[in-house]
Design a protein around this ligand. Structure first.
Ligand code: GAR
Length: 198
């Protein structure tokens, strides 16, 4: 299984996923990182971990996605992992990765909330502002909507009385870095069993 990653920022989930592959917890090869921002921290992570990286500016969405698609096809990518990629995908890219046996596109994302309760940016801030005592992190398939794809795995995240955005985000990210590789490995196992029967 060859993996490609799409990121816009820091890249801590990208790093956790690559580490999980390199440590044998995920049965896949991280093949490339694509970012839409030349200043994305994920680029330094890719350099450190020796993963080929591409900067594809997104001034025009259709051109941006065609360039992504060309790279995915050239490298024969099996799964696309969104890791802090702050854009919606169009039906073109979602359709390109559609797998009829899976009934989903082979695209995953992680979200810092329960996607049924909150979609969009700043999920940890939303949980604090709404004075929740518990929130969640969610790994889901990606469709054209904002955090609307079917849920693959979810873990709850307690909010402590003294939590601020820094402490909640720190514990939330630690949970994300554990959950995302486990959810990815479960999808890989499912794809392998689908391949074995077809
Ligand atoms: C993560 O908290 C991720 O859950 C969130 O962006 C952050 C990226 O951090 N994603 C979303 O909000 C998607 N709706 P990272 O660049 O360090 O992985």
């Amino acid at each position: 299984m060859k993996l490609a990653f799409l990121a816009s920022g820091r890249g801590s989930n990208f790093e956790a996923l690559v580490n999980a592959c390199q440590q044998g917890r995920v049965d896949a090869q991280p093949a490339m990182l694509i970012v839409d921002q030349p200043q994305a921290g994920a680029l330094q992570v890719a350099q450190r971990l020796n993963i080929p990286a591409h900067v594809l500016p997104a001034t025009d969405k259709a051109t941006h996605e065609r360039a992504i698609a060309a790279l995915l096809q050239k490298e024969d990518i099996d799964l696309l992992l969104l890791a802090g990629y702050m854009r919606l995908l169009s039906p073109f890219l979602v359709g390109l990765m559609y797998d009829s046996r899976l009934g989903q596109s082979r695209i995953l994302n992680i979200h810092p909330a329960d996607t049924r309760r909150y979609q969009g940016l700043h999920g940890y801030r939303w949980a604090l502002q709404n004075q929740l005592t518990q929130t969640a992190v969610t790994v889901h398939y990606v469709d054209e909507g904002m955090d609307t794809g079917p849920i693959i795995a979810q873990e709850s995240l307690p909010i402590l009385p003294n939590d601020d955005i820094d402490s909640l985000q720190r514990r939330g990210l630690a949970l994300e870095h554990d959950l995302y590789p486990r959810a990815l490995q479960s999808v890989i196992k499912e794809l392998q069993s689908l391949c074995a029967v077809s």
